[in-house]
Write a protein that binds this ligand. Sequence first.
Ligand SMILES: Cc1cc2nc3c(=O)[nH]c(=O)nc-3n(C[C@H](O)[C@H](O)[C@H](O)COP(=O)(O)OP(=O)(O)OC[C@H]3O[C@@H](n4cnc5c(N)ncnc54)[C@H](O)[C@@H]3O)c2cc1C
Length: 467
Amino acid sequence: MSSADATSPASAPATRASVLIVGAGLTGSLLACLLGEAGWEVELVERRADPRVGPPQAGRSINLAISARGLQALRRAGLEAAVLAQAVRMPGRIIHDRAGRTQFQPYSAGQRHAINSINRGVLNRLLAERAAACPSVRLAFDERCVAVDMNRPSASFRHEATGAMREVSADLVVATDGAYSVIRDSMQKREQFEYSQEWLHAGYKELTMAPAEDANDAWENEGRWRMDPNGLHIWPRGESMMIALANAEGSFTCTLFWPHEGLHSFNSLAGDASIRARLERDYPDVLALIPDAVEQYRANHVGHMVTVKCSPWHVNGKVALLGDAAHAIVPFFGQGANCGFEDCEALADSLFECGGDWHAALDRYQELRKRHADAIADLARQNFHEMSHHTATLRYKLRKQVDHLMHRLMPRVWIPLYEMISFTTIPYDDARERAARQWRWLWFGAGVVVGLVGLGAAAAYLVARKG
Ligand SMILES: Cc1cc2nc3c(=O)[nH]c(=O)nc-3n(C[C@H](O)[C@H](O)[C@H](O)COP(=O)(O)OP(=O)(O)OC[C@H]3O[C@@H](n4cnc5c(N)ncnc54)[C@H](O)[C@@H]3O)c2cc1C
């Protein structure tokens, strides 16, 4: 058993868990559900307030898109139906041009598949409720992890309000404390720990489009949304873009992705007039729907986006990283949480199957996930460029049509990359390789056809000349 930290101003009794999870965000809470369901002793400790009480805490984005991978993991925790009941279905993209015209681009042929927009606070609350319903799971809030002991292993927490310290020891400590993980920071000080971080040149700022006052102001006089809720809205503007996702209660979360620096950057706008002029120029159709856009712009902070890759994901089978703590990615494939949810399944399965050999379990977990987490990190960065530059171009639209046509003709052989990532659970790196292979085959096939046609034409010409 562990002992309480002697230096604390008012030490609470120490506790012991079989698994200590640090950070009750999306992945920490889901992991607690999966382990708790299996009867494991789990303690889940979070620095923020309990999401089950009071208004949602400010997070890194108001809503997010959950797709096949996330849904599969949520299903395992018995939460899929509850999550979908609170989500808005988005079977495609809705592209807005500068003149305010829109074009719907389905994600899959016949709109069979959709991603699902859900409020982050609602999702976190559902996960926390589910975890709390497991008798072997203890939850603690308002306690910030300030140190980790990799050898015992244990973690020390400081209460956010009282300053009281306590230490929790466990057989295994799992860090799910997000992209700026303090536990990963401690690992970085160890020898042989590989680490890279890459900041995106663009940041993000959220604006909320409030629900319509009454049905007459609503989109197609239905519900309370001011735009079509069933699509991921994109305003592609080259170096920058805005997206908007519907929330179930009728609002939209609009997110500006702009460069931090430069001509059309966040830092280039000083006064209200320049903010309004920029919004009017790039998003004329939305400005009328968000009357307080300039006030919101001034009030809301600019978020930063980082890609983090590191290895190994565990120290001696005692402390492990999961979710954004292991692999923060930029949000342009809508996969950060989905990927973290897959991690939860892989870690839980590895632990269940290892027969108590934690080291082997964590090696297995990293082997299952690392390559694929790196792949989706790269794909997500590339997708920023695709969404902001290409979605409105003819070349992009043609390519999408070919992608969908090939899928229709050969559904088992050809699956578009976006579909593999969002609507299947094919591991990310396998999906990336397969998509590249599909296009290589297509270009090769097209080359052969062109060659044969050329040869045929040449032969016909020669025959005609002889005759
Ligand atoms: C703008 C934006 C849009 C996004 N959109 C999508 C999307 O559409 N689809 C998708 O799948 N993903 C999306 N993501 C990514 C997604 O938000 C993350 O991948 C996901 O939240 C990671 O979950 P996590 O549990 O690993 O980390 P987090 O959700 O960050 O949770 C970490 C938790 O740890 C707590 N914590 C941190 N430090 C400590 C500490 N010292 N002690 C105790 N607790 C601590 C935090 O308070 C938090 O609750 C988006 C991200 C951004 C920024």
